[in-house]
Ligand binder design. Structure first.
Ligand code: PBG
Length: 349
């Protein structure tokens, strides 16, 4: 009998060891890959529509589906179209959508006042979707960048982002969204202490069931480019977001951020961007065992689509490979602009 040894690196699998150099028995991992049935049998990670969250963009008007230049196939939806989109997503088995508004530049100001308007695009979309498609979860983004004339997520004074004053506004924004029917409040602003403040305010208002998905490890990233076009903040953004979003060189810092968000009352945590940050995703999942999400951001989507259009890569296969990679790295789900296409492929398979 060959000596068998536990291999911690493979999660406890066993490997046959040749007794002596003279009788090497070839180890053949390829046996399990030989046939489709065998590959399916040993597959560790499976992606289903239940893993997908679809971010959608909103714009004023009726019957509007306005293409976003750097995101082929992605449109800004007027509220009525967003309702149809939500119904389509629900029909494909997608559990939740995330709403992001394009605000008319005339309505943007230094304080992001539209964020607190209970009749703004996001609130109207929440109500309309809740009325027509009650079975889908609605996630709303908490941050001021779609509403500020300077394009920052917080209040700006003398070139500095004010933390605590911003948190007060974000709390009000969260309440406005929760009252409009948002199921999940998702602060993407990276201000210190915002999750705790939002949680306390929700409790005080009796909205004890509203979930919080914290953008815990959100990096200052160039992969957000196309998104900023979609919500119209790239034209206005003054400077960059490096005093609040994380330095992409850091990993331990993500653990501290997530620990704080969880202690402050987050129900779910998120890592963003996605693919370049799978190491962060794995660390957070292993450390905290929380529902953990990855955001495959606009630039990641744009890259795959652009290479696909040029015939340099197979768009759909790359899409499925990346989604499996997120799950393999520990994600419970993925926010992705591919959600509809991926759900369709998965349902057809
Ligand atoms: C801003 C926000 C951003 C994204 C989601 N919320 C951009 C930013 O921080 O500038 C990016 C999403 C994407 O690129 O797909 N609150």
């Amino acid at each position: 009998m060959a000596r068998r040894e536990e291999s911690p690196a493979s999660g406890g699998g066993t490997f046959a060891r040749p007794r002596s150099a003279g009788m090497v028995r070839p180890i053949r991992p390829r046996r399990n890959r030989r046939a489709d049935w065998a590959r399916r049998l040993v597959r560790e990670t499976v992606v289903t529509p239940d893993d997908l969250i679809w971010p959608i963009f909103l714009v004023a008007g009726k019957g509007v589906r306005e293409p976003v230049a750097a995101m082929p196939g992605v449109v800004r939806h007027s509220v009525d179209e967003a309702v149809r989109a939500a119904a389509e997503a629900a029909g494909l088995g997608i559990p939740a959508i995330a709403l992001f508004p394009y605000t008319d530049p005339a309505l943007r100001d230094a304080k992001g006042s539209q964020a607190l308007n209970s009749d703004n695009l996001v609130c109207r979309a929440c109500k309309a979707i809740k009325d027509s498609v009650p079975e889908i979860g609605i996630i709303t983004d908490v941050a001021l960048d779609p509403y500020t004339s300077h394009g920052h997520d917080g209040l700006l004074e003398d070139g500095r982002i004010l933390n605590d004053a911003t948190v007060e506004v974000l709390v009000q924004q969260s309440l406005v969204q929760a009252r409009a029917g948002a199921d999940v409040i998702a602060p993407s602003d990276m201000m210190d202490g915002r999750v705790g403040a939002i949680r306390a305010a929700l409790e005080a208002e009796g909205m004890i069931d509203t979930q919080i998905m914290a953008y815990s490890a959100k990096y200052a990233s160039s992969f957000y480019g196309p998104f900023r076009d979609a919500i119209g903040s790239s034209a206005t953004l003054v400077g960059d977001k490096r005093t609040y979003q994380m330095d992409f060189a850091n990993s331990d810092e993500a653990l501290r951020e997530a620990e704080l968000d969880i202690a402050e009352g987050a129900d779910m945590i998120m890592v963003k961007p996605g693919l370049p940050y799978l190491d962060i995703l794995r660390r957070l999942k292993d450390r905290f065992a929380m529902p953990t999400f990855a955001y495959q951001v606009s630039g990641e989507y744009a890259m795959i689509c652009a290479a696909g259009e040029r015939g340099w890569m197979d768009r759909d296969r790359c899409m499925m490979e990346t989604l499996a990679a997120f799950k393999r790295a520990g994600a419970d789900g993925v926010l992705t602009y591919f959600a509809i296409d991926a759900a369709r492929m998965l349902n057809d398979a």
